[in-house]
Design a protein around this ligand. Structure first.
Ligand code: SF4
Ligand code: SF4
Length: 378
């Protein structure tokens, strides 16, 4: 990127602090790296607070605490309080495992603005099978209620795949029962463990159409009953004709810091063959404005055809670099989701495979340290 183009880069407005890769659950669609078990290093409390200070000084306003499961960090209240003092709007993204009413209270007192609790399904059997924990569902229910009782809006997230996509009505009924304010039904995006398990997770087109229909009917029903619960249904890229404007542009708004301090333009970018900088050795300012990793896909001079001469490139920036890399072996390529991409056949083949898939829950590779080490070795 030229110096003039560098000067046009705005600050990172959204900071995602991936505090840890540790997590008691084993979701087979987890976006953490496949080799997470060999990456155990974590920034200290002081290092995280320094990252937050630097981010805020640069202009970051939104801060997400995620992981892994951020609750395993014992210093979470201290980090929340530090973020509040700095003036961030803070969001905790949690599975609810390890949460207690006392912790919800402590987080509220420390100034946490928002909590999002994730579920795996609408019933205990499927939820616990996908999460790899026998007690997960009951705990999640209790903690969703505790979050609401503490005065937070209830924000629930469900990752949708072929094994729970038939549950739309039940999921939404559960959310209503819990008095949820916002529900995100996020169809699986295929990175990390989800990419490894894509054949066993990807819904068929018919399943997707049915699910969207059920969600729309439920929305109509909510409206007719004057219920304010907001339902967001995130459709999967693999059934689109154009890619998403990934992260609103590479190095444009979002900055993720991984547990060991590696700075990334998105939480999946670690899988790319790019040498990303680390907050332990460089300032956030240097990383954001001057590092080769963050400048790699800024602007459009890096684009090959068909994106280079495409009149839609300002809309989607050529799509997702991780998806291009995973599906074509070259992150420079147009995202194969695009019907103009010469690699769009990979997406069409995945759709056909989803129509004929028979894999059950037992065929999935669950995200745990044993599987991570096996995959990394192999
Ligand atoms: S997706 Fe599941 S396994 Fe991965 S961090 Fe979240 S709760 Fe843990
Ligand atoms: S060719 Fe590239 S820029 Fe054009 S729509 Fe497809 S992905 Fe976007």
């Amino acid at each position: 990127m030229t110096a003039a183009a560098e000067a046009r880069v705005g600050p990172p407005l959204w900071l995602l602090a991936e505090l840890t890769y540790r997590c008691p659950l084993q979701c087979p669609y987890c976006s953490n790296p496949l080799d997470y078990a060999s990456q155990q290093q974590e920034l200290s409390t002081e290092q995280w607070l320094d990252v937050l200070r630097q981010g805020r000084a640069m202009g970051a306003a939104q801060l997400g605490f995620s992981g892994g499961e951020p609750l395993v960090r014992q210093d979470l209240p201290e980090l929340i309080a530090g973020a509040r003092d700095l003036g961030y709007y803070t969001n905790l993204i949690t599975s609810g495992i390890g949460l207690t009413e006392a912790k919800v209270q402590a987080f509220a007192e420390a100034g946490l603005d928002h909590i999002q609790v994730s579920f795996q399904a609408s019933d205990p059997e499927l939820n616990n099978a996908v999460a790899g924990s026998r007690k997960a569902f009951e705990q999640k229910l209790a903690m969703a209620r505790a979050v609401k009782a503490a005065g937070y809006p209830m924000v629930l997230n469900f990752v949708i795949h072929r094994h729970n996509i038939h549950q739309m009505n039940d999921i939404l009924a559960l959310c209503e029962n819990l008095d949820a304010d916002y529900v995100e039904l996020a169809t699986c995006q295929y990175y990390g463990w989800a990419f490894k398990n894509r054949e066993g997770l990807m819904p068929s087109k018919a399943q997707l159409v049915q699910a969207e229909h059920e969600v729309n009917c439920y929305r109509d029903d909510l409206r007719s009953r004057d219920r304010a619960m907001k339902v967001i249904f995130v459709t999967p890229d693999y059934y689109e004709e154009r890619p998403k404007a990934c992260m609103n542009g590479w190095g444009n708004l979002f900055l993720t810091v991984a547990p060991d301090g590696t700075a990334l333009p998105c939480h999946s970018a670690r899988l790319l063959p790019i040498d990303f900088p680390n907050v332990q050795t460089k300032s956030l300012n240097d990383i954001w404005y001057h590092s080769p990793g963050f400048n790699h896909y800024r602007g459009d001079s890096w684009m090959p055809e068909p994106c280079r001469s495409c009149d839609e490139k300002d809309k989607d920036f050529g799509g997702c670099r991780c998806q291009a890399y995973l599906l074509t072996g070259n992150a420079d390529n147009a995202d194969p989701v695009c019907s103009k991409s010469p690699h769009n056949d990979r997406i069409l083949a995945a759709r056909t495979a989803a129509d004929h898939a028979t894999a059950g829950l037992d065929d999935l590779i669950y995200r745990n340290a044993r599987n991570s080490k096996l995959l990394y070795r192999g």
